[in-house]
Design a protein around this ligand. Structure first.
Ligand code: GUN
Ligand code: ZN
Length: 444
């Protein structure tokens, strides 16, 4: 694959959908902008103008290449707020809850990422697979090895993707080939920040894997990094599974509760992304809300590992609401698609006796996740000046979808069909920084 160039401007035509606010219902027309015959002029990796096709085309002039995606629906590229790059060969590992799943499948697979060749190969596949599923931004975990983060950032730079990523810090309760030390995790993280953060569209996330795999000394180092680099994201796991919570409380008896561990080491805050956050006490939820921390909903993973039902609507409605993101959590999660993720999310929310309206689901995986990642001035909307990350969706991508679509009358129904029956087959194209990338995958 050649390295990205800003490329010639292109004028994209299709049905445009972009959210303005979180939709309160499927009838909340004020929450989004929709153009039945819309135009998007992409130049230099950004959206230069957007609106009615005839107007955008007239202003664009004659020399612009036109790509006509009618009758398909064009939205901001999907955002995945939590996934594990080194778990591509862990997905679909049978029959274990979290801690056994980590020990039996995940840790052995991650050990292989000491090999830079292996890390490079999987990193490329990881990003290409996400792109094929319509995802243009991911917050990703790498393995403990510095090489794995080098590989993922290199691959993202080559594709000009906006990603957030970090090497996991882990110095206990893991096999020898998968442990660093407090000092080496600090040094490696600092070196990776210096080399990659702010290059292209890359952001570094300080990534202590979770409290169980870090000694207090390493948590101190993670906290020191957080204080040294206060604008960086932090990502970790929280309250996913009862055995995990029990062991955490044993390992950190003085912290009161699981979230208290992260508070103790200065790791809570508006740039902090807490994967799972299923079994929170009211105190923990209040503290998360007060600190502006983000709870990341990972429905396919939470179901697959039998972890529990994230109470999305209660978290939103509580007097101190939580900031929420949605994510695949591949490879605990079972699909790369944010459509499949929100389908399973809908069912988890239904099991909690609630509903998620289709508009809200798409808000969540575009502007909602952009807000949760503090990138809502760059991505998540089809607005002038925004980065040109787009997904083109076909609600009639399969025979089953075609038959069902005969009975569809509203935009919300079309979105719900895409979410319920759709997957990568429904992704017609994915634009990354203004370039069509769905079929550009590197294969080896
Ligand atoms: N907790 C700590 N590490 C992991 C991981 O890799 N996946 C999931 N689902 N939970 C974790
Ligand atoms: Zn995870």
């Amino acid at each position: 694959m050649s390295s990205p160039v800003a490329g010639n401007p292109i004028l994209i035509r299709g049905r445009l959908l972009s959210f303005i606010t979180e939709p309160e219902s499927a009838e909340d027309r004020a929450s989004y902008r929709y153009e039945e015959d819309g135009g998007l002029l992409l130049r230099g990796g950004r959206i230069e103008s957007v609106g009615d096709y005839a107007q955008v085309a007239a202003a664009a002039g004659e020399d612009v290449e036109v790509v006509d995606h009618r009758p398909h629906l064009i939205m901001p590229g999907f955002i995945d707020a939590h996934a594990h790059m080194p778990q591509m060969q862990v997905i679909a590992s049978y029959g274990a809850e979290l801690l056994d799943w980590l020990n039996n499948y995940t840790f052995p697979a991650e050990t292989e990422f000491a090999n830079a060749g292996h890390a490079g190969r999987i990193a490329g596949h990881f990003l290409d697979t996400l792109i094929a599923h319509g995802t243009t931004t991911v917050a990703a975990y790498c393995s403990v090895h510095r090489e794995s983060a080098e590989a993922l950032f290199e691959a993202a730079l080559l594709r000009d993707m906006r990603i957030i990523a970090g090497k996991v810090m882990m110095d206990r309760n893991a096999p020898g080939g998968l442990r660093d030390t407090p000092q080496s995790s600090y040094d490696d993280t600092k070196a990776l920040i210096a080399r990659w953060h702010g290059r292209g569209r890359l952001s570094y996330a300080i990534t202590p894997r979770f409290a169980i795999t870090s000694t207090p000394e390493q948590m101190d180092m993670a906290g020191a990094l957080a204080l040294e680099f206060p604008s960086l994201h932090i990502q970790t796991h929280l309250s996913e599974n009862h055995a995990e919570i029990g062991l955490t409380n044993e390992l950190y008896p003085d912290c009161g509760d699981y979230f208290g561990v992260y508070e103790r080491y200065c790791l809570a805050g508006p740039k902090s992304l807490f994967g799972h956050a299923i079994h929170l006490s009211e105190r923990e939820a209040d503290a998360m809300s007060d600190s502006g921390s983000v709870a990341v909903f990972c429905p396919t993973s939470n179901l697959f590992l039998g972890s529990g039902l994230f109470d999305y609507q209660r978290y939103r409605r509580r007097s101190k609401p939580l900031r929420i993101a949605a994510a695949t959590d591949v490879g605990g999660g079972t699909n790369y698609s944010m459509l499949r993720t929100m389908d399973e999310g809908y069912k988890v929310i239904a099991l909690n006796g609630e509903k998620l309206n289709p508009l809200a689901a798409y808000w969540q995986i575009t502007l909602g996740n952009a807000k949760a990642l503090s990138f809502d001035r760059q991505i998540g909307a089809l607005d002038e000046g925004y980065e040109a990350d787009l997904v083109v969706l076909d609600a009639r991508a399969t025979p089953a979808m075609i038959i069902r679509a005969e009975k569809i009358e509203t935009l919300a129904e079309e979105l719900f069909l895409l979410q319920t029956l759709g997957d990568d087959r429904a992704i017609v194209e994915t634009y990354v920084a203004g370039k069509a990338m769905k079929d550009k995958a590197v294969r080896d």
